[in-house]
Design a protein around this ligand. Structure first.
Ligand SMILES: Nc1ncnc2c1ncn2[C@@H]1O[C@H](COP(=O)(O)OP(=O)(O)OP(=O)(O)O)[C@@H](O)[C@H]1O
Ligand SMILES: [Mg+2]
Length: 249
């Protein structure tokens, strides 16, 4: 599905080149849920912008479904780090945005969108404006909009990062329930180790400069429930991940 080979990227700033990562490689198989963790500034959002085709790599290759995306080409659904709902559009109009951009028939999609809104607990908010929604609801609208791009590979940059822990827990329950039906491939950035373990099949730890990227497989059976976090296998996994991260520093 996604294959990244020896990818390097450096930002140019005032004529000085600042390397963000060097020769990182990773693979994501169809249907996998893979999280990317790493210190703030390690380049997680930059990696997503490269995969989404918003930035061009300096070196290395990105393959999506056997093709190398050209710059700006919409091969993936991408939810940026901040939810970017347009304040002057209602919930349903925000969700329709990717279809509008792709010049698809909106009317045909409306039935599908309404079904999803109802699954997302947003049925009554179809015609509400973003300022009328809670933080969790806004995240769900932005999440739904990303799914509605129809792309198989979806990138989520800290979608639940700004939520309080209780709302976040509800989002986890909701996403775990949804996950089996979605049949998408997910790449998910988070700072929250518990979230990464609970949701993912595998976790990549983005290195600080010069180090190797590390990969951890989460061998916990699915379907998963949020109570899993209290089980000993989960706690052991969390400890292992904390060790790895501390080693990085
Ligand atoms: N447009 C830009 N021009 C120059 N430098 C940039 C630009 N965007 C990001 N950077 C730098 O690249 C580095 C990586 O940024 P990035 O946003 O990818 O980090 P991140 O891992 O997503 O961090 P966080 O966890 O805080 O979101 C940072 O040092 C940042 O200052
Ligand atoms: Mg970021």
């Amino acid at each position: 599905m996604l294959s990244i080979k020896e990818l390097s990227y450096a930002f140019q700033h005032n004529g000085v080149s600042k390397s963000i990562f060097q020769k990182i490689s990773m693979d994501v198989k169809a249907g996998e849920f893979v999280s990317v963790i790493g210190a703030s500034g390690s380049g997680k959002s930059t990696l997503f912008k490269l995969i989404a085709g918003l930035l061009e790599p300096n070196e290395g290759q990105i393959w999506i479904d056997g093709q190398q995306p050209e710059k700006g080409l919409g091969k993936v659904g991408y939810m940026p780090q901040k939810d970017l709902l347009l304040p002057w559009r209602t919930v349903v109009e925000n969700v329709l945005l990717p279809m509008e951009l792709a010049k698809e028939n909106k009317q045909r999609k409306l039935t599908e969108i309404r079904e999803w809104l109802s699954r997302f607990g947003l049925a009554e908010y179809e015609n509400a404006y973003p300022h009328e929604l809670s933080g969790g609801m806004k995240q769900r609208v932005a999440f739904l909009r990303t799914i509605m791009t129809g792309k198989n590979l979806l990138l989520f940059d800290e979608p639940f990062g700004a939520l309080d822990s209780l709302t976040k827990r509800n989002m986890h329950t909701w996403l775990l329930e949804l996950w089996g039906d979605l049949q998408k491939t997910m790449l998910f950035i988070t700072h929250d180790l518990e979230e990464a373990i609970l949701l993912s099949d595998r976790i990549y730890l983005l290195p600080s400069a010069g180090e190797e990227i590390q990969e951890v497989t989460v061998n916990l059976p699915r379907p998963r429930k949020t109570e899993l976090i209290y089980q000993s296998e989960f706690i052991a996994m969390r400890k292992e991940l904390e060790w790895l991260i501390q080693d990085e520093k």
